[in-house]
Design a protein around this ligand. Structure first.
Ligand SMILES: [Zn+2]
Length: 233
């Protein structure tokens, strides 16, 4: 096996390693998200508070309504009870009465929407609670599965990494260092094949001189266009 061929084999291993690492990170991220349960729980709690606030608001309106009704009744008793002796007093009570009735009408109008808001929040809270329970149940199984997969993937990754290091130890240090640099800087492509005189990394036809040099060379030489290390098939 030439150095270039060894590097190409190493690159296959490194690409497989990168894929496994990515899969591992994905599992890790999903585990960290806890199936979106924390957000759902927070939302649930927020809705519960909204329901409570809406109930408090409705109770306040009902209490206001009772007070205003009493006030209106009292004023009406005075207006029609025949106890008023002068026009000034009559006008004052009439004004107060009109104001109290206006306020009462306003409060009465607000009660229905407030009750709707309570019902809306109650329903939403109920739905979210149900969803949360279901999510928690399914997450339990998913978590077990993910943990298992993570352990399997981790073990497979470590095993592959060990094999990779044995493989890499066969390659001259200088070539390996160059390969590592390229692999990192070139998105996982350090070594490319040359097919019928065309670099498979950048698809440029190589000059005859470069091909001759490649055939004569012991170690890999870089493509003068894309810098990837060339290897003949
Ligand atoms: Zn190239």
């Amino acid at each position: 096996m030439t150095i270039a061929q060894s590097l190409l084999a190493l690159q296959d291993t490194d690409q497989a390693l990168a894929l496994r690492r990515r899969e591992y990170r994905e599992i890790e991220a999903e585990l960290a998200s806890e199936g979106g349960i924390p957000e759902l729980r927070e939302n649930c709690e927020k809705t519960r508070k909204l329901e409570l606030e809406a109930k408090v608001e409705t109770a306040r309106l009902e209490s206001d309504m009772a007070t205003l009704k009493e006030q209106v009744n009292e004023l009406e008793t005075r207006l029609y009870g025949g106890s008023i002796t002068n026009v000034r007093e009559l006008t004052a009570i009439e004004t107060e009465h009109a104001g109290a009735r206006r306020n009462l009408a306003k409060v009465e109008e607000s009660i229905a929407p407030a009750e709707v808001a309570v019902e809306h929040a109650r329903k939403k809270y109920e739905d979210l609670t149900k969803e949360l329970a279901e999510r928690e149940k399914s997450w339990k199984d998913r978590k077990v599965e993910l943990r298992k997969r993570m352990a399997t993937q981790g073990a497979a990754f470590n095993e592959m990494l060990e094999a990779r290091n044995v493989e890499a130890a066969q390659i001259p240090e200088e070539d390996l260092a160059r390969y590592n640099r390229l692999f990192r800087s070139n998105r996982g492509v350090a070594v490319v094949k040359v097919d019928r005189g065309v670099c498979q990394g950048c698809h440029v036809r190589l000059p005859v001189g470069e091909l001759t040099r490649l055939r004569a060379s012991d170690g890999p030489i870089p493509c003068s266009y894309c810098r990837a290390l060339l290897t003949e098939q």
